[in-house]
Design a protein around this ligand. Sequence first.
Ligand code: NAP
Length: 288
Amino acid sequence: METQINGTTQLVGFFAYPAKHSLSPKMQSLAMQLTNTDAIYLAFEIKEEQLDAAIQSIFTFDMLGANISMPHKTAVLQYLDGYTTSCSLIGAANTIVKRDQQLFGYNTDGIGFTRSLQAAGITYKEKTMTILGAGGAATAMVCQAALEGVKTIHIFNRQGSRFELMKEKIKEIQQQTTCKVTLTDIYDEKSLQEAIYYSEILVNATSVGMQKKDCPINDLSVLRKGLVVYDAIYQPQETYLLKQAKKNQAITINGIGMLLYQGAASFELWTHKKMPVERIQPMLEESK
Ligand code: NAP
């Protein structure tokens, strides 16, 4: 299938640095082709000092909008005419839509997480989750889960700057939602075991597991039968954590779904069309 570019074809940009490694151009281009959308999606490596010009280019080139990735997800907020509650709670946007000569911001990262749980048939409203990590992915997941009615979230991270930032974030979450959130040192083994014991869902949102045999938890006996074990990592698709969880008959989910559904949510915002996720997922699973 070939994209027929013509005089009316519109552009969606991907602004990040680095940007060339991203799977988003492949995913969004395929979705545009499959839905006969007269648009293309291109990645641009944008350094911090170029962000202003990149945002202005959305008007200059009459673009549909853009995806924003690291390191610009927070800085971009100052350029927007409006953004969603989840952007303001997370403190970051990953999607811009141009509408009536104004720019609106959305954050679909956390939505990708919750939609991928829904797609796997997992209910999370009124449930308890343990989330390992306090970085960008964890923040988006925690905020979206709290906004969507998760009852309790136990966050574990190493002491340090992200731990301190998360402390402040929790104050905001507790002002804006009814979710109860705790934050504990990830090396406090006893508290970690207890939190997982009382959780229906365990999420790894640290980068530990991208290397073979690396695992974010030491005590693998906590990976009980029926526990939902979700790893945000999608490369490798089966981390050591997921492998061990599967052995213990836990329900395992990898990060491909989060990637897919954040992309689908952004695609819908630009095009008002559903992304054919069942046809995009195999392409993501085959991509290295
Ligand atoms: P980030 O902002 O850099 O955060 C990294 C997190 O990992 C921090 O909480 C950090 O803790 C923790 N960490 C790193 N090394 C550790 C170690 N040795 N022991 C314990 N904790 C450690 O990165 P991010 O963007 O949140 O990404 C986190 C993971 O999610 C990555 O693997 C990424 O590939 C994945 N991700 C997936 C998707 C998706 O769509 N599936 C989207 C985004 C991210 P400290 O604060 O102590 O350093």
